[in-house]
Design a protein around this ligand. Structure first.
Ligand code: ADP
Ligand code: ADP
Length: 226
């Protein structure tokens, strides 16, 4: 687990207005932080700079006390869950969850133990031999989360993970994500444009507008303000 500190982060694509404009934000170890705001406000860009999928134009990204600006994504030890799940259709649920461990050359015995632990947490143990195509949307989303939690990562990053689900399932998965985060106590950054998700999931909410932070507050403080 690790804190995430952003110091005066700027991202410019070309010559235009910065996509992220002087953002400073400290996310504590174990905290669940929501990034919310309208389309185009810079949420995705900020998340991608935390993971290392996007270069930082200026400023410092510090994870667990270490400056990571020049570190490749694989050296940051973070787990990201994407909107489109990015599951491998030809692999079983088991192998989809095991994938990051295979990349890390983890032993078969250790893989087996870790995959089964993750499957238990996510109630996927009965589906381990199935292929993604034979799963429901919610189950697929859980496989994607299984892949994220199977590694002992420093933090979880979610990029609108529920936007492809119907309203009922979205509500259900919201509860599951909140429960999982509390159980694992792992630092989490969660991007959404959904107000309900923003107000129910996190410890704090960071509201972005045109690349800048408009406000950082707890859901309660946001709710009670005039
Ligand atoms: P959000 O995730 O809040 O919808 P983004 O971070 O995707 O916002 O985008 C922020 C701004 O940066 C937008 O104006 C968008 O058009 C621009 N942008 C994002 N990605 C790129 C890119 N690869 N090249 C140029 N501009 C981009
Ligand atoms: P948006 O953020 O607007 O929803 P993107 O397609 O830019 O749209 O966000 C997800 C992107 O992350 C994918 O396009 C994919 O190419 C990219 N990506 C980079 N590295 C990985 C990875 N290791 N696993 C999955 N996707 C990755």
């Amino acid at each position: 687990m690790a804190s995430i500190e952003m110091k005066n982060i700027v991202k410019k694509y070309g010559d235009g207005f910065p996509a992220v404009n002087d953002v400073s934000l400290d996310i504590a170890d174990g905290e669940f932080m929501i990034l919310v705001g309208p389309s185009g406000c810079g949420k995705s860009t900020l998340l991608r700079m935390i993971v290392g999928l996007e270069d930082i134009t200026s400023g410092d990204m510090v994870i667990g006390g270490t400056r990571v600006n020049d570190k490749a994504p694989r050296d940051r030890n973070l787990s990201m869950v994407f909107q489109n799940y990015a599951l491998y259709p030809h692999m079983s649920v088991y192998e989809n969850i095991a994938f990051p461990l295979r990349l890390a050359k983890t032993s078969d015995a250790e893989v087996d133990k870790l995959v089964k632990e993750a499957a238990d947490v996510l109630e996927l143990h009965e589906h381990l031999e199935r292929k993604p195509a034979n799963l429901s949307g919610g189950q697929r989303q859980r496989v994607a989360m299984g892949r994220a939690i199977v590694r002992q990562a420093e933090a979880f990053l979610f990029d609108e993970p529920l936007s492809n689900l119907d309203a009922k399932l979205r509500g259900q998965m919201r509860t599951e994500i909140a429960r999982l985060q509390r159980r694992l106590g792992i630092t989490t950054v969660y991007v959404t444009h959904d107000q309900t998700e923003a107000m129910t999931l996190g410890d704090r909410v960071c509201v972005l507008r045109k690349g800048s932070i408009q406000q950082v507050a707890s859901p309660r403080e946001l709710y009670e303000q005039p």
